[in-house]
Design a protein around this ligand. Structure first.
Ligand code: BES
Ligand code: ZN
Ligand code: ZN
Length: 480
């Protein structure tokens, strides 16, 4: 559910604040003049370590100390984490104030730290309550950050737009597959486009047929839900030659098709449109942030079901770019819909194409839940992705795309088959996608199967949809 907390900068503590929060580094905890009973706090274990928080009293009322760890190790991740911890701890208060200026000094990456802290607050306050009959939303409605200046104001503005995009992506991922059908997703995309200055084009079944998207149609064949193909476009006010294409896997539910998944394997497969959600979440923030780069989003949408006319293993599909694919496992469906989308994106000749997809269990086996796999053909683009990853704390790890593995995709009857051998499944999936990207366009592929959906909370991520990729892409586009 969208977080509707107001955050603003103020120069002094507002009188109506119910809880005053003092962020503090562990190395200044001893010497700081805090107007609290330090020995008692210390004996209860509070040392101002990173992630620690304690609610106590000072002479003017309830007050919280928020630990930031050692000042010389301070970074954006710690500020973001602190914001998250605070949002979770203070959810019983309506209005709080935070003495942010006491830990963010001039020339001390003011904008980034303010942004990280406020992102932590807004992302930390997120809960998916929509389907509960008795939701208990956070009481927090106004957070006053004590601080001022252009840099802090900018940081806060960015945090607001960015977190809105992240929380939108989380909502989409958390919405059950039977509710968020391709048509429902497309409707939400139209609404988001209208609200955030994007143009949108939605292809229905007939138009998808006319566009010769044989991958999307092949996956959709086992479903009673119609497919959709959403194309979103952001054009900055000042015209530019820089153009980035974002492609997101939008499988609204992945049952596996006739190569059906196990009950366990299927249980979280409402998350299989997390790539699409990240693209929409990212694009929703571009106008607000007035980024100077043109961005087009491509989102193929269908579920992967087992209806009576579902694609059979052995069937051959023809992708938009004319290549034929022998489908030997219908559960490797993401690459089929992405193939059409990557072909279409290539036709626009953007400066770079980035796709995001919950593509393979193999990538989760390799990297676990906190890292997305990064693959691609252009070292400059890969370096840019790595930089954005370092700056946002959304972890990527590069995997190779060795041409020697390409032979695993050779088919007896078609140009390629949709599965490789038993090992290196994330890589063979990446090599498959590469077949559908025009050779002269720099391309990066993010396999987000691990970090898109959390079975248990990690870092600042709540259980369920994480919105992974939105902060990373926004930073990448900003730096581009
Ligand atoms: N959507 C799944 C991948 C996935 C698995 C995402 C777990 C998130 C969590 C994808 O469509 C899939 O089923 N891939 C198969 C490919 C295989 C058949 C080559 C897989 O990973 O098992
Ligand atoms: Zn699948
Ligand atoms: Zn899938």
């Amino acid at each position: 559910m969208t977080v509707s907390i107001e955050i603003k900068l103020t120069t002094k503590k507002p009188a109506r604040s119910e809880l005053h929060v003092v962020p503090i580094y562990s190395d200044s905890f001893e010497s700081a003049d805090l107007d609290v009973d330090k020995p008692t706090l210390r004996s209860s274990g509070f040392e101002a370590e990173e992630g620690q928080i304690i609610i106590t009293q000072n002479s003017s009322g309830p007050c919280a100390l928020l630990g930031l760890g050692k000042s010389e190790e301070s970074n954006n991740d710690i500020f973001r984490k602190a914001g998250t911890v605070l949002a979770k701890t203070a959810k019983g208060f309506k209005q709080i104030s935070v003495d942010l200026a006491s830990v963010i000094h001039h020339g001390d990456s003011e904008a980034d730290k303010t942004q990280s802290f406020a992102e932590g607050l807004l992302m930390g306050a997120y809960a998916f309550n929509e389907l509960k009959s008795d939701p208990k939303p956070t009481k927090l409605s106004l957070i006053s950050l004590i601080g001022s200046g252009r840099k802090m104001t900018n940081g806060l503005q960015r945090a607001i737009s960015t977190s809105r995009g992240v929380n939108l992506a989380r909502d989409l991922v958390n919405t059950p597959g039977g509710k968020l059908t391709p048509i429902a997703f497309a409707r939400i995309a139209s609404k988001v486009a209208k609200e955030h200055g994007l143009t949108v084009k939605i292809l229905g079944l007939q138009e998808i047929k006319r566009a010769r998207m044989g991958g999307l149609l092949g996956v959709n064949r086992g479903s009673t839900q119609q497919p959709r193909f959403v194309q979103l476009s952001y054009r900055p006010k000042k015209s530019t030659r820089n153009h980035i294409a974002l492609v997101g896997k939008g499988i609204t539910f992945d049952a596996g098709g006739l190569s059906i998944k196990t009950a366990q394997g299927m249980s979280t497969m409402k998350c299989d449109m997390a790539g699409a959600a990240a693209v929409l979440g990212t694009m929703s923030a571009l106008e607000d942030l007035s980024f100077p780069t043109r961005v087009t989003g491509y989102i193929p949408l269908t579920d992967n079901m087992l209806g009576g006319d579902a694609t059979r293993p052995g069937d051959v599909l023809k992708i938009r770019n004319g290549k034929t694919v022998e489908v030997l496992n219908t559960d490797a469906e993401g690459r089929l819909v992405l193939a059409d989308a990557l072909s279409l994106a290539s036709e626009a000749k953007p400066n770079a194409i980035i796709d995001l997809a919950t593509l393979t269990g193999a990538c989760m086996v390799a990297l676990g839940s906190e890292y997305a796999g990064l693959m691609g053909t252009d070292s400059e683009l890969i370096e840019k992705m790595k930089k954005a990853s370092e700056e946002t704390g959304e972890n990527l790890w590069q995997l190779p795309l060795p041409t020697s593995y390409r032979a695993q995709l050779d088919s007896d009857v078609a140009d390629v088959k949709n599965i490789g051998g038993s090992y290196g499944g994330a890589i063979t999936a990446g090599l498959f996608l590469k077949e559908f990207v025009a050779e002269d366009i720099p391309w990066a592929h993010l396999d987000i199967a691990g970090p898109a959906f959390a079975d248990a909370p990690w870092g600042i991520q709540p259980k369920g949809g994480t919105g992974f990729g939105v902060r990373l892409l926004l930073r990448f586009i900003e730096n581009y």
